[in-house]
Design a protein around this ligand. Structure first.
Ligand code: ZN
Length: 344
């Protein structure tokens, strides 16, 4: 079968590899019908150092169960499933608390340890706890939005939840990538009255407005902070959804937060320490967030996707075959595409 392998910075290839197969009795084997490239895939794509082991990429997919191990109880061949970016047993203390990304037996797809989903097929560990069976056939129109339940829509929702978005509150979203755009959807869905999108790509801003952004701030750094604070009555915003992961983004988040406000961060942090500890302290800010337990959120978000109330699948603006995956990485790296779908 074919799979995507990252060898070094800027060096991603599609190769023939041994077929995915069942190993543990709790495994399922899934044929990938749709996968995608994630903004977080761009971090290793840009920063992978010489000497690091190759990595089989991809952690988002919809697929069809081909086979299950003898210990799998809730899945059968032919089921259409969505795969969260992390696998989890569904039974431990953290899974019961809805924090599947901290599962004591869990882990992440697309790592050195576990091959990823930008491939013809993949092995799913702890399949009963990990996979979510979709109540649909091959409904083409819904597939893009359903695919976002693997990661970006659940991650945007997590940013909103962590930032305590609620009815009547003001929210600001930092980052106009797919997660930031989904965070706008999530903030609106949870009742935010004012949603300020911080970004500057025209196509992304247009989509953010359609998703519910009420204001757009294109400035960066100190200017952006001043603009957002002015828009929010001079006091700052109550909920900040940080969807980038750079030190600059976190500094901006702390700068625009209203005293007593909350920052929900879902961008994978690429900084050693959280900046701005003094303003964060004197303003009584809460800094929350982390990897989204998307497995827990599928149940909550799925009805809205099925009813067409939210359309997170609109973040996909390019569809490629698996053989063109390196073009897909390049397009996202160059910001020529918001999010790329891969149809093996
Ligand atoms: Zn668990």
């Amino acid at each position: 079968m074919r799979a995507t392998v990252l060898y070094g910075a800027g060096d991603v290839r599609v190769e023939n590899v041994p077929d995915a197969r069942l190993i543990e009795p709790t495994d399922a084997l899934v044929t990938v019908s749709r996968a995608c490239i994630c903004g977080s895939d761009l971090w290793p794509y840009q920063l992978m150092q010489p000497g690091e082991p190759p990595r089989r990429m991809g952690h988002e997919a919809i697929g069809v169960v081909e086979a299950v191990g003898s210990g799998v109880r809730t899945l059968k061949a032919g089921d259409v499933v969505v795969m969260p970016f992390a696998y989890s047993d569904g039974t431990c203390a953290f899974c019961h608390e809805g924090l599947h990304t901290s599962c004591v037996h869990g882990g992440f797809f697309g790592t050195v340890e576990l091959p990823g989903a930008q491939a013809d097929a993949l092995r799913i560990p702890l399949a009963d706890g990990t996979l979510f069976v979709l109540p649909v056939g091959a409904d083409e129109a819904l597939m893009a939005s359903l695919l976002t339940l693997s990661d970006v829509m659940g991650t945007g929702h997590h940013a909103a939840r962590a930032a305590k978005v609620g009815r009547g509150r003001t929210a600001a979203v930092i980052g106009d990538g797919a997660v930031g755009l989904c965070a706008v959807i999530a903030a609106r869905r949870l009742g935010a009255e004012r949603i300020i999108m911080m970004g500057h790509h025209p196509d992304r801003i247009a989509l953010a407005k359609e998703f519910g952004a009420t204001d757009v701030v294109k400035e960066r750094g100190e200017e952006a902070v001043a603009r957002v604070r002015a828009l929010a009555g001079g006091l700052g915003v109550q909920s900040v959804l940080e969807c980038v992961g750079t030190e600059e983004a976190m500094r901006t988040a702390i700068g625009i937060a209203r005293a007593g406000g909350t920052i929900g961060r879902v961008g994978v942090p690429h900084y050693e320490a959280i900046p701005g500890s003094e303003p964060a302290f004197y303003n009584n800010l809460t800094i929350a967030g982390g990897p989204a337990p998307v497995r827990a959120y599928i149940q909550e978000l799925l009805p809205d996707v099925l009813e067409g109330k939210i359309e997170p699948g609109r973040v996909f603006d390019r569809v490629i075959g698996l053989d063109a995956v390196s073009d897909g990485y390049r397009a996202m790296h160059e910001r020529a595409a918001i999010k790329v779908m891969v149809k093996p």
